[in-house]
Each structure stands twice: as C-alpha cells, then as structure tokens.
Design a binder for this molecule. Structure first.
Ligand code: ATP
Ligand code: MG
Length: 414
C-alpha cells in the first residue's frame, strides 16, 4: 500500500467543514478591513527565500524543500508566504498602481521539520501583508485583524504577545551588548546558538532548547535600548491596542523566526496546544520590499497556522439542509424522480438519492447523512402527480402537488 509522505496530512470529509469555517471567517473579516486576496505559485526560485528569510534561520538552514528541476534551476516549495507575495507585488508593479496594498492569501506551506503534534511538513497558513504604511496605527490595526480572526474562530484563552526589535539605528547597539553577554554564556548554549553569537545573536532568543532559554534569563532587554523613534512607535502601538480593547503582554524576548523584522513583532498563543502553542505570528518588515528590488515601501503582516487552530475547534458538523429523495418503482419512476431532483438543484436546494436500493436502505442512508427532510416518489405519487414529504424529525408525512413540493421542502427547512 502506498502511503502519504511523512508529515503531510490528508484533510478528510469529516473535518473539512472546520477548514471551510476558518477560511470563510478569514475572508469575511479581511474583506471587512478592505483586504483583497492574492494567490501565488507554490514553487519559487530558491534564491527568493534564501535572500528574504535569512541564511541563518531554521527555515533556510534546515527546513526548505529544495530541488533542482529539469532545467537545472534550484527551486523551493514555499516555506512561508511573505517572500512570494512581495515578489508578485514587485513583478506586477502593484505599488505603482496604488501605494497602499492590503493583501491576504491562504494555502499550503512546506518545511522539512520533525513531525509532531501541531508541526507538519506540509501545513496551511492564512497570510496577511500590508504594504505602504509605516506607522504604529497600521500595526495596531493589523494585530486587531489577527485577533478578530482568532476570536471569530472561538479559540479560548488567547494571549497576545508584542515586542519591538528596534531598527537599523538602535538594534546594532543592542546586538553588540547581547553578543558580549552571550560570549560569557557560550558553554551553556547549543551548537547552533553558539554559532549564532557571531552571525545573529538575537536568534538565540528564539531557540527552543531549555539550556539556551536558561542561559538568556538575565540577558539585556531590547526594550531598554530602543531609540527615541522606536520607543514612540512601540508606545503608540501599545496605547492603540489598549484603546481597541485588545489585551496584550509585552514579551521582551519575542524575536520570531525570520530575519527581516524591524520594530513590531507579535505572536498569538492559544491554550490547549502543548508546546506548539503559537497560532499566529507576525511583525513589521520595512526594507524588505526594497531589498527585493521594489520601491522603498514599508510593510507589516502576519501568518496564521490553520492546523493548530483547527485542532482546537469544536465546531459541530452543520445540519444537512437539503432533501434526500427516496425512490421506489421501475425505470419510469426513477426518471421522473431524477427530473424532480434536477429541478430541486436548479432552485438551489441541495438534493441527492441513492439508486436501485431497497426503500429501507434508502431511508437508513437519509438518516445517516443527517437529512431532515425526505421526498418520496413511487408509483402512486407519479400517477397522482404528487410527492410525499417526510419530516425525519417527527416521522410525519404529507402529500403535496409536485409543482409545490420544492417550496414546501424549503419552508420546512427554513
Ligand atoms: P514555531 O516557532 O512554532 O516553529 P515559526 O516561528 O516557525 O513557529 P511562523 O513562520 O511564524 O512560525 O509561522 C506562523 C504560524 O504558522 C505559526 O504560529 C504556526 O501556527 C504555523 N506553523 C509554523 N510552522 C508550522 C508547522 N511546521 N506545522 C504546522 N503549523 C506551523
Ligand atoms: Mg518553525
């Protein structure tokens, strides 16, 4: 038997209503905020990710699905969406048409990670990218939108963590201090972090090793080193979140997985997920559009992990708001019933039947599929041009004129 690839899951019909629910809510909320959807290919040139995400990140260092195609080009299955969306924005000059772009997208991402609860090799994200506005109000509104989504899905015990990573001006000063601090602790750090002291010391904050977390307990805090402009940006953001009634915690060690963030970073965590408890994360990435060859447009965005959210959803399967047609008789009766089923669908009523089974097994199937209403068509019904309609909840039946049957069923389902 051929099985699926490790860490890549099928989404089965019994679960898919939860996926639809999350996708519908995201679309609804994002459009309320004035965002439009953008769809980009799953495969991009490897260089796009190497350049934007950063060579010393887990994603680029270990997790990318990279291979050489038949044309000897190195291509990579996208591990995240921001790079692809910005590539598309630049390629199609969208910022020349409108200097403010509010975009969302959803779909699968690929990372070669160790599969475990809440961590897969193909997983799904909903992504938001907002380009052209640099201020803290824009950050606050973007965080509010992520919060609205998490809230609409009904996730309980949510915490929002926010931090500022400073900018090109103040971060180098902090980086130097942190480097000196980490050099003292080198013996306690894992191999990766020991290397990061030189290459990217801030990333030590994001390490999942307990020993590394212990080592940085008393590390200097970036918040104490922000320049005036970054401090004002951060304070303004926090005040605006307060004004919008969004509860948050300051998280001085929140740096996030990608290299390109400046100033605002945030993460939303939900209870009940164990170690993999982050459902959404994002931040500001001014300078990234320019680094990719586009105009100097600031940006902020987030990515929301669908699997983790769906694991927590207790959404009941929606009731079956349609009609099951039970048919008994010869070919003529079946054909007459199939015409009625076709009319039902044309009028927007979901309808189905199962062919050439006993009346009893047809009824059983209607029950199993959760139909509230059945239409029964047999020889008597066809002869009288009537339809028998059965309310599955009460087992009561009525006969109505065939021409009135669809409206009657719709009334019963309303
Ligand atoms: P983590 O620290 O959990 O590895 P990350 O910083 O790598 O997360 P991001 O790149 O910020 O994650 O992605 C945003 C969200 O996507 C995460 O908060 C999470 O919900 C989800 N996510 C990331 N990687 C995976 C994965 N391998 N499997 C399932 N969901 C994931
Ligand atoms: Mg990760």
């Amino acid at each position: 038997m051929i099985k699926s690839i490790k860490g890549m899951n099928d989404i089965l019909p019994d679960d898919v209503h939860k996926w639809h629910s999350v996708e519908d809510k995201a679309r609804y909320i994002f459009e309320l905020y004035g965002f439009s959807e953008i769809r980009t290919p799953l495969l991009e040139q490897t260089e796009l990710f190497a350049r934007t995400i950063g060579e010393d990140t887990d994603i680029v260092g270990k997790e990318m699905y990279t291979f050489v195609d038949k044309n000897d080009t190195s291509v990579t299955l996208r591990p995240e969406a921001t790079a692809s969306v910005l590539r598309a924005v630049i390629e199609h000059s969208l910022l020349n048409q409108d200097s403010i772009q509010k975009l969302y997208s959803m779909g699968p991402m690929f990372r070669y990670e160790r599969p475990q609860k809440g961590r897969y090799r193909q997983f799904h994200q909903i992504n938001v990218e907002r380009l052209g506005e640099a201020g803290p109000l824009c950050d606050a509104e973007t965080i509010a939108m992520a919060y609205d989504l998490v809230d609409a899905i009904g996730l309980k015990n949510i915490t929002l963590e926010v931090n500022s990573l400073g900018c090109q001006k103040c971060r180098p000063v902090f980086r130097k201090q942190l480097k000196e601090f980490l050099q003292e602790k080198r013996d306690m750090l894992c191999k990766d972090c020991s290397r990061r002291i030189e290459t990217n010391p801030l990333r030590v904050f994001d390490c999942k090793e307990t020993a590394c977390q212990e080592a940085i307990k008393d590390a200097p805090r970036i918040e104490d080193h922000l320049c005036g402009a970054c401090r004002r940006h951060f304070n303004d953001l926090l005040q605006t979140l307060d004004a919008l009634g969004i509860p948050f915690h300051k998280a001085p060690r929140l740096v996030r997985g990608l290299d390109y963030y400046v100033r605002t970073t945030f993460e939303i965590k939900a209870e009940g997920l164990g170690t993999q408890n982050a459902v959404a994360g994002g931040g500001r990435y001014d300078g990234l559009v320019k680094a990719l060859g586009g105009p100097d447009a600031p940006g902020v965005g987030f990515a929301f992990g669908m699997e983790r959210a769906i694991m927590l959803m207790k959404e009941a399967r929606p009731v079956n708001k349609g009609c099951f047609v039970v048919i008994q008789g010869g070919r003529e009766i079946y054909r007459s019933a199939m015409v009625l089923i076709s009319d039902m669908r044309s009028s927007g009523l979901q309808a189905q039947a199962v062919f050439e089974k006993s009346m009893k097994s047809q009824m059983k199937r209607a029950d199993k599929l959760g139909y509230l209403v059945c239409a029964i068509i047999g020889e008597t019904e066809v002869a009288k041009d009537m339809v028998t309609i059965r309310d599955m909840r009460t087992s009561s039946q009525v006969q109505v004129k065939r021409a009135l049957a669809i409206n009657k069923i719709k009334e019963m389902l309303a």
